[in-house]
Design a protein around this ligand. Structure first.
Ligand SMILES: O=C(O)CCC(=O)C(=O)O
Length: 315
């Protein structure tokens, strides 16, 4: 499935790019609330496409099931839902989600020339204040991405509606992206749902103290069509959904163009892995290729021509 994508922004979109001050803010604080990157119609289209996904519609299936795939199905019941690789499995989702403007915003924030998709996770928090699975404990994403070389990866959290604390919006720990880390342990490489929550709370408190920093929680109040971005070392989490509506969103995880697979040894000598590893094509060196356009399409490539002309990239 090779297509040609044109990387060009309209004047309206150019005005939505982060300013130099926004980029400096992101570097210091580890989060950024964007302008309205999707129209209401685009968000509604995305929501409809995800309803069809939940109803079982797929354009293709993963050829193998990776070991830590998030894959909610109705048999799991009314718990928090996570589904990975939705940009791969559903063309209707991909056609809205993979909007170059999102990549252009991410490229500015990461100070990168190009941005590829790393993962997309469809998320649904049922409206039940007592549902324990709705709580997302404090964590940062680089822990899951130990087999990636980049320290500049980032995530766009994209709700399908206005999203506030009552609905259990994502909450950032301000400035935690700049902290030095202590106490890294192998279990950090596991998804938060598989880890001991009290250990995660304790890890955050210990790391804050080590950095002489307070834990300042910043709930992202996100209007429809806007999205929050966070750096891969920013601690974040989220609370219960106390509203009468489901909290619906996609986390679009992004990698800068330089990111590649690396060997990262865990304490027992085994290598850290990511779900892509059994799926993506191999590099000439025989390692997983995190630039495989099937799974990790290019979302944005900054034009290099002086006149701001469009760049066309085969993906
Ligand atoms: O769903 C949430 O509240 C958190 C999502 C998350 O952890 C992420 O986007 O990296």
């Amino acid at each position: 499935m090779t297509t040609t994508r044109e990387f060009v922004l309209t004047d309206h979109e150019l005005a939505l790019l982060p300013t130099d001050e926004d980029v400096a803010f992101f570097a210091e604080h580890g989060w950024y609330l964007s302008g309205k990157l999707f129209s209401d119609d685009e968000v509604d289209e995305l929501a409809v496409a995800t309803e069809r996904y939940y109803a079982g519609e797929r354009d293709r299936a993963l050829p193998v099931r990776p070991p830590r795939l998030a894959c909610w199905t109705p048999e799991h019941g009314d718990v928090q839902r996570h589904n990975d690789y939705v940009h791969y499995e559903s063309d209707a989702i991909a056609s809205v989600l993979l909007k170059p403007l999102i990549g252009a915003v991410a490229a500015r924030l990461a100070r990168a020339a190009s941005i590829r998709v790393f993962q997309s996770t469809l998320i649904y928090k049922p409206p039940n204040p007592d549902e324990p699975s709705n709580i997302v404990p404090w964590h940062f994403d680089k822990h899951y991405w130990a087999s990636s070389t980049s320290d500049d990866m980032l995530t766009a959290f994209i709700p399908f509606h206005d999203c506030d604390e009552e609905q259990g919006t994502i909450v950032m720990v301000d400035g935690s992206n700049t902290w030095a880390e202590i106490g890294f342990e192998d279990s950090a490489n596991k998804h938060f749902a598989e880890r001991d929550r009290s250990r995660l709370e304790e890890m955050l408190a210990r790391n804050a103290a080590h950095n002489d920093a307070a834990v300042e929680r910043i709930p992202m109040v996100i209007p429809k069509g806007h999205m929050s971005f966070h750096h891969c070392r920013t601690y974040h989490g989220s609370g219960p959904n106390r509203s009468d509506r489901p909290r619906r969103a996609i986390s679009l995880h992004l990698q800068d163009g330089d990111n590649a697979y690396r060997e990262f040894a865990l304490s027992d000598g085994t290598l850290a892995t990511y779900n892509h590893d059994p799926l993506v094509r191999r590099t000439p060196e025989g390692t997983p290729d995190y630039a495989d356009p099937e799974y990790c399409p290019t979302l944005w490539h900054t034009p290099t021509t002086d006149g701001g002309g469009a760049t066309h990239v085969q993906i």
